[in-house]
Structures are given as structure tokens and as C-alpha cells.
Design a protein around this ligand. Structure first.
Ligand code: CP
Length: 358
């Protein structure tokens, strides 16, 4: 039998071994339901990880886990709603997982994948484009290389906008996917008090001031300081934090350490988050030279690896079929956590907007 014939005959299986429904079910069981926090984000813009408090995150993760565990029971809460999916910068996961989430919720989509196909090519302002979007859809998901684009659009918007990555500033829904993955991995970390010996040490290979995924993740981890013994930043840069960034994270309760060597610290880490690219203007910079993970890296037994992807040389494919690979589960879970977010932001939008001010 040829290799191709073997491939065609092989039954299809989840590749990462963590994509079953047991983990989301366990998460649902571990977290008590409370509908109130999700009502707070109805008809709200989502721009920064700072907007999410602990209670809201817990309920979003619980709802995401319900979606992930019981897809057959899903009704279609967003039937008749229209998503404007505006991606002015390349994306595989974010755009497709948002659009997959929206389809699974029963909504319709208008998708922009090239700004040159819109009035931006003729110099139209983002404020004017936002005014048009108000009339055409119920929610916008925006990806832009420009830090300020999402803030400029806010000025003219009467429908919610969700930031799907703005330059080197933030990527809050990626952070939702990241922390949702941690919640499925170890639900007990999200139940309140965590004994000192059970707290985790998180290593982040990346630059907090120049990587939007890292910036948003750190802010969101700051909502769960009781679960985290230490966050170790592994970076070869001289300046790793913006002015006030480290202070904000420490004020939230995170204990931070910065090192420039990976292998000596790896055996201590329970979670290894690796990223190597930062979007700057219309292109990306590759950072973290010399910092990479392979099957031979001295990882702690039981440690998990997360990566927002796209993958570069920093993460060897020989890790894909090891139990350290949680990055594929992380990408898969992004669909369900985005479903939870979109449902919460959009489903009650008419009710919220029709309610007169008290
Ligand atoms: N994680 C992430 O933002 O991936 P994409 O660039 O493919 O959307």
C-alpha cells in the first residue's frame, strides 16, 4: 500500500488528544452558574482585556465549555443577526474562528478581507466607515495593524465592536482563548482559593510591550493572581515593558521575573506560552531569536505549551504528538469562547438598546 493510500484509509481522529468533551464537561461542573456578569457585557464594545473582571471571565469560560461539551443541544440565538467581519491584516485563526462561531450561532456574515476593496483605498476615514457599519450589521469584529483604528471607529459606532487584534496593542479575545484553555486544563485553579503548592508557574516567551497577545494575556492572568505563583518572562530584549505596564500587573497581584535564558527555567514551568512575532505597521517582526522549544527541551513532566500561532521556527513540529501540545486545543477552544462572547454581547442587544435610561 502506498503512503497516500494509507493516509486515505486512516480513520480521522482528533489530533491533540485534548479535544474530547470530558474537559469542558468537567469545567462546567466545577464552576457554578451565575447569569448576572454576562448581562453586564451585553451591547458593550470589547477592546481590552482590562474590561473583563474575574466573575465575567468565569461565566464566559463556563458558557464556552457548555457550547463545547453539548454542540448537539445548541439552539441558534443569533438567527437574523449580521456580523461584519473586517480583517485589514492577515489572519487564519481569529477570522475563521469568529466566523465559525457566528455561523454555529445561526447568524449571517459580511466579510472584508482586504481594506483595498473598501473606501479606505480612496481615503475614506474610519469614522465614516463606522457610520456605514451602523446601518449594515449588528456587531463588528475588527483586525487592524494600526493600534488606533479600533479607537477611531468607536467614536462613530452605535453597534458593538470587538477588537480582534490592533497592532501591538491588544488581542483580548486571544487572551480569552488562552485562559479558557488553562481553565479546561486545571479547573480547580479557577474556583477561588488555591493552595500555595498547587499554584502554577507560567513562562511567557515574548515581549509584553511589543506583542499584543502577550499584553492581553498578562492583563487577563492578572484577574487570577491566586492561581499563579509566578510569571516568568523569557526575552532577549532590553526593554520588555511599556511605562507603567509592569507596575499595573504587579498591582493586580502577579509576581513577575524576567530572564534571558530558556532552558535553565523550563524545568520549573507548568505552562509555557511561546510567541515570536509582533505586528508592526503592515508587516511583522520576528522576535525571540534563539528561544525555541523542541521535543528535547527540558520541559517539566505534565507541563503544557500554548502558542497563539502562526507557528514559526520557535516551536518544533516534533512536539505536536506529545502531551505538551495544548496549542491545538487552544486554537480549537477559540471557537467556543468566541461563541460565548458573541452570544453575551449580541443576543440581548435589542433588549438593552430598547430599554429607556432610568
Ligand atoms: N492567534 C492569531 O491571532 O492568529 P491569526 O493571526 O491567524 O488570527
Amino acid at each position: 500500500m502506498t503512503h497516500l493510500e494509507e493516509q486515505l484509509q486512516r480513520p480521522l481522529q482528533p489530533k491533540d488528544g485534548t479535544a474530547g468533551i470530558e474537559r469542558p464537561k468537567a469545567l462546567v461542573d466545577a464552576l457554578p452558574e451565575d447569569p448576572e456578569p454576562l448581562l453586564e457585557i451585553a451591547a458593550r464594545h470589547v477592546v481590552s482585556s482590562r474590561q473583563f473582571d474575574r466573575a465575567t471571565l468565569i461565566q464566559l469560560f463556563r458558557l464556552a465549555a457548555q457550547y463545547e461539551a453539548t454542540p448537539a443541544l445548541m439552539h441558534l440565538p443569533l438567527t437574523g443577526k449580521i456580523l461584519i467581519s473586517a480583517f485589514y491584516e492577515p489572519s487564519t485563526r481569529t477570522r475563521l474562528s469568529f466566523e465559525s462561531a457566528w455561523h454555529r450561532l445561526g447568524g449571517a456574515i459580511m466579510s472584508i478581507t482586504d481594506p483595498k476593496s473598501t473606501g479606505m483605498a480612496k481615503g475614506e476615514s474610519l469614522v465614516d466607515i463606522a457610520e456605514m457599519f451602523n446601518n449594515y450589521g449588528d456587531v463588528i469584529v475588527l483586525r487592524s495593524s494600526e493600534d488606533q483604528a479600533v479607537y477611531q471607529m468607536l467614536e462613530g459606532l452605535r453597534i458593538p465592536i470587538v477588537n480582534a487584534g490592533n497592532g501591538i496593542d491588544e488581542h483580548p479575545t486571544q487572551a480569552l482563548a488562552d485562559v479558557y484553555t488553562l481553565a479546561k486544563w486545571r479547573p480547580e485553579l479557577f474556583q477561588g482559593h488555591v493552595d500555595l503548592q498547587a499554584r502554577i508557574r507560567v513562562g511567557i516567551i515574548g515581549v509584553p510591550s511589543r506583542m499584543r497577545t502577550v499584553r492581553s494575556l498578562l492583563l487577563m492572568l492578572g484577574r487570577f493572581p491566586e492561581a499563579i505563583r509566578e510569571v516568568v518572562i523569557i526575552s532577549r530584549e532590553h526593554e520588555n515593558f511599556d511605562s507603567g505596564q509592569r507596575e499595573e500587573l504587579e498591582a493586580a497581584g502577579l509576581v513577575l521575573r524576567v530572564v534571558d535564558q530558556l532552558d535553565p527555567v523550563l524545568p520549573e514551568l507548568d505552562v509555557v506560552y511561546i510567541n515570536a512575532i509582533a505586528w508592526v505597521g503592515d508587516t511583522f517582526e520576528s522576535l525571540g531569536t534563539g528561544l525555541h522549544l523542541t521535543r528535547n527541551s527540558p520541559l517539566k513532566p505534565g507541563a503544557i505549551i500554548l502558542h497563539p500561532l502562526a507557528r514559526g521556527d520557535e516551536l518544533a513540529t516534533d512536539l505536536d504528538d506529545t502531551p505538551h501540545n495544548w496549542y491545538f486545543a487552544q486554537a480549537r477552544g477559540a471557537v467556543f469562547v468566541r461563541m460565548a462572547l458573541l452570544t453575551s454581547v449580541v443576543r440581548r442587544i435589542s433588549a438593552v438598546m430598547d430599554t429607556p435610561e432610568q
